[in-house]
Write a protein that binds this ligand. Structure first.
Ligand code: PLP
Length: 400
């Protein structure tokens, strides 16, 4: 029986992956499950990206590369940040890693000491607190409110900052709420951060390209140049180009930090996949017109899901600015009883009872640090989503 580390004992396995796994198991047993748990676009990787990967294999780009990315890709990332975000970086300020997840983990591992604090607005992407814990740091969770569009206020931010605060993690558009910060709200946060020079900012922009209704994406280093020297701007190929399996994430930030992140990789993963790096170069430099088309499809689904959820008794759902998630409140279902006899005391009970009764898999809000809510990913076919929402309506109506 192998002994496990204390560091590992501090964290839990990813709850979103657990829900997807549970749904997969039920499906294998023959249950007609609709899984709305996964956080990946249901579109395919664009053809020109696949072709670039095949060409890279034929050319023999199949060996180790520079630890934190090939120069050609770093140059494409420099162009991307200039084009989309008005941010100027040298290639020595760019880090490429096996996924956005790895970029964030490398940054935290490279900077955090025992007892350091990381400010994380809730609801949050499930990995931020556990990554901080793995590094021996303390996640400081700041709850936001649905009434405030799930956005962190400058006052709440300042109340959470202490001399031990090393990082603020911002994620816009957000997983799990889809909420996004416009330039003005970012500027307000930046004004507060200007008073706390010990705090670095990690801006997780993974969903940058998935926004609706003319929303203009901004990132904090862009609207607050005074924070440029202490901001790590993180992005990746997974969500924008439907490339979750290729595992490429990247970031631009202070050279000293980027070097430290390369040191972490040099003793852990080594370089990200050589073929995926060439594919990502083609994605970044290639046409982006398919995004508008995909966003139109996402927006149609968002509008349908939001409207159908708001018609379910006990649920209330805001219309988010971006990503492909909604985060409805199930406050009106708490305290009720499902036909199976199961009492619904928490959003975890709600999700479990929904799966039992109607075979719809969603992720409960407690996993993201804000209850009573649940997350639906609408990166699924429209008829499937419609059927799922009908089942949710029926389930909510059945609660006594
Ligand atoms: N950041 C956010 C907010 C995410 O939702 C995800 C993926 O779910 C990631 C980062 C990591 O993405 P990847 O490691 O696939 O690049």
């Amino acid at each position: 029986d192998p002994a496990l580390s204390d560091a590992l004992a501090r964290v839990k396995p990813s709850p979103t992956l657990a829900v997807t796994q549970k749904a997969r198991e039920l499906k294998a047993q023959g249950v007609d499950v609709i899984s709305l748990g996964a956080g990946e676009p249901d579109f395919d990787t664009p053809d020109h990206v696949k072709e670039a990967a095949i060409e890279a294999i034929r050319r023999g780009e199949t060996k180790y590369t520079a630890v934190d990315g090939i120069p050609e890709l770093k140059q494409a990332i420099v162009r991307k940040f200039r084009r989309d975000n008005d941010l100027e970086f040298k290639t020595s300020q760019i880090s490429v890693a096996p996924g956005g997840k790895a970029v964030i983990f490398n940054a935290l591992l490279a900077t955090l000491n025992l007892g350091d604090e990381v400010v994380i607005p809730a609801p949050y992407w499930v990995s931020y607190p556990d990554m901080a814990l793995l590094c021996g740091a303390k996640p400081v969770i700041v709850e936001t409110r649905a009434e405030d569009g799930f956005r962190l206020s400058p006052e709440a931010l300042e109340a959470a900052i202490t001399p031990r605060t090393r990082w603020l993690i911002l994620n816009s558009p957000s997983n799990p709420t889809g909420a996004a910060y416009d330039a003005r709200s970012l500027k307000a946060l930046a004004d507060a951060l200007a008073r706390h020079p010990q705090v670095m900012i990690l801006s997780d922009d993974m969903y940058e390209h998935i926004v609706y209704d003319g929303f203009r994406f901004s990132t904090i280093a862009q609207v607050a140049p005074e924070l440029y020297d202490r901001t790590l701007t993180v992005n990746g190929a997974s969500k924008a180009y439907a490339m979750t399996g290729w595992r490429i994430g990247y970031a631009g930030g202070p050279e000293k930090l980027v070097k430290a992140m390369a040191k972490v990789m040099s003793q852990s993963t080594s370089n990200p996949c050589s073929i995926s790096q060439w594919a990502t170069l083609a994605a970044l430099d290639g046409p982006h017109d398919f995004l508008a088309e995909r966003n139109r499809a996402f927006r149609e689904r968002r509008d349908m899901v939001v409207s159908m959820l708001n018609d379910a008794p006990g649920l209330s759902c805001a219309t988010p600015e971006g990503a492909f998630y909604v985060y409805p409140s199930c406050a009106g279902a708490i305290g009720k009883t499902a036909p199976s006899g199961r009492r619904i005391k928490t959003d975890e009970d709600f999700a479990a009872a929904l799966l039992e009764a109607e075979a719809v898999a969603v992720v409960f809000g407690a996993a993201f640090g804000l209850s009573p809510f649940f997350r639906i990913s609408y990166a699924a076919a429209k008829d499937l989503l419609e059927e799922a929402c009908r089942r949710i309506q029926r389930f909510c109506a059945s609660l006594k």
